[in-house]
Write a protein that binds this ligand. Structure first.
Ligand code: PEP
Ligand code: MN
Length: 368
């Protein structure tokens, strides 16, 4: 499928970016557990300057028997948070019934979780329910988390279903992707995927969720810093008054004061929006020019390589020789990988690159 043709002309960010160029910060507990936990956490976050409070009511859990959220019983607590602190309140909706319950209670912002974005039937049902509210004049704002698997089309598709249903204020949340086996991150970030989303859905505001990417407290700050350096518009961060005792995602939640300290450190770090001094931009422009020149040479060389591949193809065809000559391919990879190491290129990268180039060479050699 090609998403190049989708017109998202009326798309607007779900949240207004702060006028001073600082990132949008959404924070709050993974899930509401009790009135006291919600109110106390929110008070700490409001003090830290957070303007949007996230709090899951219906928790999608991998294994049955875990804490699955307090459901609609938590809505009055969220309303209390808004009344006491002025923060916007946001929660996850995973069914049309959740959406109706949340919107009836005046929830400002809804999000689709990774396990919902992955399911087009469910997204469509939720989108259809949103249309009912929009027709009645309700304001419906959505964050769309990436699907659990790194499929950018599925992510775009979910955004498009909401957009086609009449929702205009939509932002995306990058929360990383499931992976098998032992790994550093709970959900490895695979940064090219959200970058690709931004290319296809022009102007979409993308917020990073370092809590669910990292899965542990220590990883939240380095991931948040990386995301801001890469130009993400903001962060959504899980916070709990007593993280160790949290009923879900205990390892990754921060206390409100940890968050405040982290935000102070991050604001001292370079962000795409605030620290481009003239000298730095000139240096960046010069470096980019050099990159452009190198890329041009790479393209030229690749084109020349394919030309040679086509000549080899004709020769093999006229002599009735097999297209793929395994021994030659193996020795090509080995010799290139050896010389790549001396050039500071990683084995894995060079192999992947050569495989792609070789695949295309074979395609070019096929008789037309
Ligand atoms: C959450 O935000 O608490 C959540 C369940 O996230 P995800 O959908 O990213 O797993
Ligand atoms: Mn969570």
């Amino acid at each position: 499928m090609s998403n190049n043709d989708i017109d998202f002309g009326e798309l607007r960010p779900a949240l207004e970016a702060p006028a001073d160029g600082s990132p949008i910060i959404i924070a709050g507990p993974c899930g509401a557990e009790s009135r006291e936990q919600v109110i106390e956490t929110a008070a700490g976050l409001a003090e830290a300057g957070v303007r949007v409070f996230r709090c899951g009511l219906w928790k999608p859990r991998t294994m049955p028997g875990c804490f699955e959220g307090v459901g609609e019983a938590g809505l009055p607590w969220l309303r209390e948070v808004r009344e006491q602190t002025g923060m916007l309140i946001a929660t996850e909706v995973a069914t049309p019934a959740h959406l109706r319950t949340a919107l009836d209670a005046g929830t400002d912002l809804l999000w689709l979780g990774a396990r919902t974005t992955v399911n087009p039937f469910l997204v469509q049902e939720i989108a259809d329910a949103a249309t009912e509210y929009i027709k009645r004049g309700a304001r419906v704002r959505f964050l769309v988390k990436n699907p659990v698997n790194p499929d950018v089309d599925l992510w775009i598709g979910a955004i498009q279903r909401l957009y086609n249903a009449g929702v205009r204020e939509i932002s995306a949340v990058h929360r990383g992707f499931s992976a098998y086996g032992a790994k550093k991150y709970r959900n490895p970030p695979q940064w090219p995927v959200p970058i690709e989303l931004g290319r296809h859905v022009k102007g979409i505001q993308i917020i990073c969720d370092p809590s669910h990417i990292g899965g542990s407290r220590e990883l939240v700050e380095p991931l948040a810093r990386e995301a801001l350096r890469m130009g993400f518009a903001g962060l959504i961060i899980e916070c709990h008054r007593d993280p160790e005792k949290a009923l879900s995602d205990a390892r990754q939640q921060l206390t409100p004061s940890d968050l405040a300290a982290m935000l102070r450190r991050l604001s001292a770090a370079p962000s795409s929006a605030t620290t481009d001094s003239d000298a730095a931009s000139a240096e960046l422009a010069a470096l980019r020019e050099r990159i452009d020149a190198v890329d041009d040479s790479i393209m030229e060389l690749l084109s020349r390589r394919m030309e040679i591949a086509r000549a080899i193809g004709s020769l093999k065809e006229s002599r009735n020789m097999p297209l793929l000559q395994r021994a030659r391919y193996d020795s090509l990879i080995t010799s290139r990988v050896n010389s790549a190491e001396a050039l500071g290129l990683s084995d894995a990268f060079v192999r992947k690159f050569l495989e792609t180039v070789h695949e295309e060479s074979l395609r070019q050699q096929l008789p037309k």
